[in-house]
Design a protein around this ligand. Structure first.
Ligand SMILES: N[C@@H](CC(=O)c1ccccc1NC=O)C(=O)O
Ligand SMILES: [Zn+2]
Ligand SMILES: [Zn+2]
Length: 205
């Protein structure tokens, strides 16, 4: 069985949201000092690289990472190519059969330079969340840092997905992935209080 890594590597150079905390790993307690082991310390924003959003990210009353339903992040997923568009709405998926699909990953290819935070990304239009929910989608993954336009403060797609019971996976790397059916594994860490979690996302087929 072949494994495809669809996670962005986390390094000090991984781009973050403007002004947000970069990934930083340090050996906080070196072997020379501890006498036996190197002990690392990790500092990063939850929204750097490949991650899930918990509803608390955009809703003070929303579920936090530890309360997320794990079954959504493991199981059959369909990758659909929606590249070449400025945004995605129900119209853009009209020709795509979504019957039996619970986890949908949209390949927008709109984050062209992985070394730079994008200036503009393909985003979701407000008619998409209800359309997906009617078809049974419960998890939506994108290959960009947000499901909304980067400058949006209202976050209509985040809220629309949430209102329709659809959870969000962001920052995937789908460039090398052929559209089709896979098994997805992208589990959030068991983080108390958090508004999301970095994930190691893989596809198997
Ligand atoms: N909502 C975004 C993240 C986001 O908006 C953000 C992340 C880190 C620092 C600032 C952010 N937004 C500021 O307006 C997301 O899609 O997860
Ligand atoms: Zn996020
Ligand atoms: Zn988000």
């Amino acid at each position: 069985m072949k494994l495809y890594d669809i996670s962005r590597p986390l390094t000090a150079a991984t781009p973050t949201w403007p002004g947000d905390t970069a990934y930083r790993y340090t050996v906080n307690w070196p072997k020379a000092e501890s006498g036996s082991v190197n002990v690392g310390k990790l500092v990063m924003s939850i929204h750097t690289g490949t991650h899930v959003d918990a509803p608390f990210h955009f809703d003070d009353a929303g579920k936090k990472t530890l309360e997320l339903p794990l079954d959504l992040y493991v199981g059959a997923a369909r990758v659909v190519d929606v590249s070449g568009r400025a945004s995605i709405g129900a119209d853009d998926l009209a020709g795509v059969d979504l019957s039996g699909v619970t986890r949908l990953l949209l390949k927008t290819l709109s984050w062209s330079d992985p070394e730079q935070f994008p200036a503009e990304i393909c985003y979701l239009r407000p008619d998409l969340p209800p359309y997906l929910a009617e078809r049974g989608i419960r998890l939506l993954g994108v290959d960009v840092p947000s499901v909304d336009p980067l400058a949006s403060k209202e976050l209509p797609a985040h809220h629309g997905l949430h209102q329709n019971g659809i959870y969000i996976l962001e920052g995937l790397l789908l460039d090398a992935i052929e559209p089709g059916d896979y098994e997805l594994i992208a589990l959030p860490l068991a983080l108390a209080d958090a508004d999301g979690s970095p994930v190691r996302a893989i596809l198997r087929r």
